[in-house]
Each structure stands twice: as C-alpha cells, then as structure tokens.
Design a protein around this ligand. Structure first.
Ligand code: AGP
Length: 610
C-alpha cells in the first residue's frame, strides 16, 4: 500500500521513477507524484488519480536534465486523495521534500508545535508534518542525515520514507520502520523502493533494509546506518532470481488472469525438492529442527486466512495436531493465552502485512516458536520467524490473491503430511498416494483451466447483475466459499457472503429469494450427503442455485437446478479445481462489469497499515 521509488544515477531520473511507479501500481493507490531537482531548483509534480494524470502534467515540463528523483503512489490515510495531499511533500522552509508510506501516529502534536514556530501547512497529511520536522531539525552544524534521524526518532508509527534536498541533488536518504523498503544496487546508479519490481529492469542486486535503518545513496555509493546512533551497519547485496518476464503480463489481459493460469506451474515449483527420491515421503528440511507442535495456532489475514482454515481439518486428522485459525487483526488486540509448546504459523503472501507481522511479534514475545509461510523472500515476516517456508509461487502482482493461495494450500498440505510422518499418525499408504496424486496435478489443472474459464464466463454473464450472492460450502469447501465471496466482493463490488452451508438454517436462509443466487460447493467428499440436504433446503426457498460439483456417479448424485461440473481429483486435491473455478468466475464477472481487475478500488496489495 503506497509505492516509493527513488533513483540517483546517470539516466534521466523522472522517466525511471514513473516507470518504477507503474510497476508498483499493484500495491494500490489513488494519487501520485514525483520530486526532482533541475537547474538547482526543487520541482514537485503531483496528481490525483492514476499515473496517467501525473504523466499528462509532466508532458508539459522538461525533466530530462534531472538525474535523481523520488516518486510515490499514495493510498490515502490522512486526508482525501487530492493533489494537495499527494506526495512528495515539501518543507515550508528549505528545499527538502519527502515521500512516505505508513502512518505517523503522533503527527498532530508535532504539527501544533511546528505551527507555533510559524510553519504553514498546505495539506492534511501526516507526511507534511514529518518533512517539516526534518527541516526544523536542520540547524547550522547538523547535517541532513542527522536532521533526518532526529526527526524520525520523534515519529511513532510505521513508515518507509525517502527524502531529497535541492542542495544535494544527487543524494537520496531513506529509512524504514515496519514498512517495506529496499535498495537496488546498480553501476553508477542506485535505487530505493518499496518492492523489487520497481527497479527490476535495471538491477537484480538488492539490499534488504531492516527496521531502524537509515540509508544514504549517491550514484556511486550506498551507506546504511543505525537510526539509533548513526553508526554504520555492514550489509551486502543479494542477487534475486526473478526475471522481468515473470513480473509482466505475458500476453494475458490482466495480471490476475495470468496468475490464475500460472497455478499449475506454481504447484510444480512448490513441490520441487519437497519429496524424497522414491516419492513416498515429504521432506521439509526448514522444519526439521523444530519439534512437532503439540498445538498449532495459525494467524493470517484475508485470503491467507482462508488457506489456514482450509488446512485445519487435515492438520487434526493426519497429523493429530489440535489447531485453531485466527485473523491477525483480532489476535493482536487481545491478551492471547499460548499454551507451552504451542507453535504459531503465520501465513502471508507479501510477508509485509502489518497485522500479521504484529501477531508474529506477540507470539514470539510469548515464547511460541513461529513458522512463516511466505511468498516474498527477504520480506519482514520471512526474516522474523524461527523457520520460514517459501511458497515459491513467483511474484504476484494482481491485488487479488490467486496463485499465492494455491501454493499456500499446497505447502500446508505437505506440512500436514510431514508432521503426520513424524508423528506416525498417517493412515498407511496415505503419503505415497497423496504424492502420486500431486504429481499429476499440474498437468490436470493445465488442461482444466481453459475449460473452466469458458464455463465461468457463461455463468458470470448470467449472474453478474445480482446485487448479492451466497457462496456456500462445508468442511474444506467452507473456506473456499469464503474465498469465492471475497473475490467477488473485491473485484466486482457485488455484495457476496461466504457461509458454512450447515449454518444457513440458523438465520441466513431468510435472505433467499428469486434474485439472490447461491453458489453451492458440493464436491464428492465425506460431506457430500450433508451438502445435498443443505442444497435442497435452499432450492426449496426458490433461490437460484448453481452447484459446483463433480461428475455424477452412482450414489453421488444431486438434484441441482444448475450444475457446474468441476474436474475430480484425489481427496483434498479437489479443492485445487474448485478454487480456480471460483477465481475465474469472479474475474469474468468483474471484466463483464468493466471493473479495474488488477487494482480494485480502495485496495492495496500489501496492507502495511493496521
Ligand atoms: C485477497 O485477494 C487480498 N489481496 C487480501 O485479502 C490478502 O490476502 C490479505 O491482505 C493478506 O495479504 P498477505 O497474504 O500478503 O498477508
């Protein structure tokens, strides 16, 4: 949420920064801006809306002489998404400007003090207070680095910030606390950014910054200091292996569609190296040093939370581990009791979700070993856990999470098998059977996806005019129903509710009427007969129903008004076909309604504020 890029080097900096901001668009934003020094003068251009609006403004100014710049895409927190509130913000006195991701919690008290000193503010933002604090600290004898550090020490909350000054046009300063920021190291040029894709066409050498670090970059150098005492911190760059192609659309109309179709590959890559040579046992070396949990608490947000709910029954049934699953923003604000030996598992695609990160820290304070399941190498969550397992799904750009969930489900399935092996609690032959089925899964899914897409489109066109929808399921289909509803809400802005099918009769069934469709997930699993009864209850109330089910077999038949036959698979692998069916339905509904699929309104890819 919010994107930052800063560049200093030998190229025209403004186009580099605009291009970098475009690659950060997936993070979500509602205004944008750029700051650069040209002719010894600081220039700031900002616009509400999309980058196109900013580019229209830039078109009438010559920016080609500037070789360093900072840019920002803002997701509004303090003040409406207007041009005046967009970043960069300039200090009232002096030529310093700053971009900021996060929330400066105690800004109001500092604003008052600064106003008392004659400072005039032109926006409603906390960021403008921060840049004026820097200017206020910069008295004779105090360098900009020192003034920046003094100001940041006064700021409570979360931030990633980048700063430039017209008196030192080739130097950029940046710092982070509980918000992502990294350095890209080039030849004769350096970058700071919120995420790797921002500078990926130019360099793959990355330095991950930690909380409490402050950096100074010039075209030829980069130095990191501790914010607490400005002592140098020694770090080296890591080469990351993402390529630009995997961060581009590859001919698909949207990143979301591309990422849905990447799921077979995500499964194959996620499996790689995680079984023994004979394909009879699961290997997860990252977890070998940790004991098998006596209890497990899974904590996550949004789609990642659904992954946790999905695996719960298998952790209990296969591995014998009592498990509960919690929403991070709820967990962090109670006083949770963690039993001795209880392990915490945090799940996060981005590894930067503020609530999940806070929950992780609480669990660690209470001496619970914490395992992280993340997609982004070097992310905060990945770095702060006792053991981290990467989903290896590749960059997920679309705000709507798709392949990340598929890969989370897969790793979690492997974890349930792995702990089951260590506990000796797996039914005989189950692991080899599961692994055989998993081997065939990528190819089956590859074949199924185009067909599912055609079917999803027909259904979406038929139902996209509904004002509300239910997604219903039981057992492992219940979290998938929640996910189906979440996707429809976030992409199509249609009200959709995911519900446990067995709970319908306890209230929600009252909503059923002829223009309120229900999408019923009824795979051929142990709960099929129960789902069939729940389906009949809904159909009896004359609600339109679409049943997602497997091809009828003797004894496994239901009387559905409209059926969507989903390819069948071994046991819990059925979910790997129901999931893309739901994703494709929401995608097709959103495109039919003309919505912004990759950047839905009000949303951000990585939710770095609480
Ligand atoms: C789902 O499509 C959303 N992008 C959202 O619910 C997301 O899963 C949630 O914000 C958690 O993100 P994380 O996995 O990066 O922690």
């Amino acid at each position: 949420m919010c994107g930052i890029i800063g560049y200093t080097g030998h190229r025209p900096a403004v186009p580099v920064v605009i291009e970098g901001l475009r690659r950060l668009e997936y993070r979500g934003y509602d205004s944008a801006g750029v700051g650069f020094v040209q002719g010894r003068e600081l220039h700031i251009l900002r616009a509400a809306g999309k980058l196109r609006q900013l580019e229209n403004k830039l078109a009438s100014c010559g920016t080609f002489l500037a070789t360093s710049a900072i840019g920002h895409t803002r997701w509004a927190t303090h003040g409406a998404p207007t041009e005046a509130n967009a970043h960069p913000h300039k200090a009232f006195r002096g030529g310093v400007c700053l971009v900021h991701n996060g929330i400066f919690e105690n800004y109001a008290e500092h604003k008052q003090i600064l106003q008392g000193k004659g400072c005039v503010f032109s926006s409603e933002t906390d960021t403008e207070v921060l840049v004026n604090l820097v200017a206020d600290e910069r008295v004779p004898g105090v360098s900009l680095l020192e003034a920046f550090a003094l100001a940041l020490r006064k700021a409570q909350g979360a931030y990633a910030v980048a700063l430039m000054d017209q008196d030192e046009p080739d130097v950029l300063y940046a710092a982070r606390h509980s918000a992502p920021l990294l350095l890209g190291i080039g030849r004769g040029e350096n970058y700071v950014a919120s995420d790797i894709p921002a500078f990926l066409p130019y360099t793959r050498d990355v330095v991950f910054l930690e909380d409490g670090e402050i950096v100074r970059i010039t075209p030829a150098s980069w130095q990191i200091f501790s914010l607490a005492d400005l002592m140098p911190v020694s770090k080296s760059a890591q080469r990351i292996d993402w390529d630009m192609q995997s961060a581009q659309k590859d001919g698909f109309r949207h990143f979301m569609l591309k990422e849905i179709f990447e799921q077979p590959r995500a499964i194959a890559e996620c499996m790689a190296g995680r079984t023994d040579a004979s394909r009879t046992a699961v290997r997860i070396p990252e977890m070998d040093a940790l004991p098998v949990p006596s209890r497990l608490r899974i904590i996550a947000c949004g789609t990642s939370f659904h992954a946790g709910l999905w695996i719960l029954p298998l952790l209990e049934e296969w591995a014998g581990i009592p498990t509960n699953v919690e929403i991070a923003s709820e967990f962090r604000y109670r006083k949770p009791l963690l039993a001795p030996g209880e392990t915490t598992l945090v799940i996060s695609q981005s590894g930067e979700t503020a609530d999940t990160l806070a929950a992780l820290r609480i669990a660690r304070e209470r001496h619970s070993p914490v395992i992280g399941l993340c997609n982004v190498v070097g992310s905060s969550i990945a770095r702060e856990t006792d053991a981290v397992i990467f989903t290896q799904a590749g960059p997920e750009i679309s705000v709507a999470s798709t392949k990340a969930l598929c890969s989370q489900m897969l790793v979690l399935l492997l974890m349930a098998l792995y702990w089951g092996q260590r506990q000796n609690s797996l039914p005989k032959g189950l692991a080899p059977e599961a692994l055989r089925a998993l081997d065939g899964l990528p190819a089956q899914l590859e074949t199924a996806l185009p067909v599912l897409r055609t079917e999803a489109r027909a259904l979406a066109w038929q139902h996209a005019s509904a004002r509300s929808m239910f997604f219903l399921g039981r057992g492992q289909s219940y979290p998938l129903a929640l996910e189906g509803a979440l996707k429809v809400k976030e992409l199509s802005y249609i009200h959709a509710e995911g519900y446990a099918a067995g709970e319908m009769k306890h209230g929600p069934i009252a909503l059923i009427e002829p223009d309120f469709p229900s999408f019923f997930l009824a795979p051929h699993d142990a709960l099929f007969a129960k789902s069939r009864s729940n389906l009949e209850e809904v159909q009896a109330r004359r609600g339109p129903v679409v049943v997602l089910t497997n091809s009828p077999k003797p004894g496994l038949h239901l009387d559905a008004r409209q059926a969507w036959i989903i390819p069948d698979a071994w046991g819990p692998l059925k979910g790997f076909f129901f999931l893309p069916a739901l994703q494709l339905f929401s995608y097709e509904a959103a495109t039919y309604l003309g919505k912004d699929v990759d950047q839905p309104r009000n949303l951000a890819k990585s939710v770095t504020v609480e």
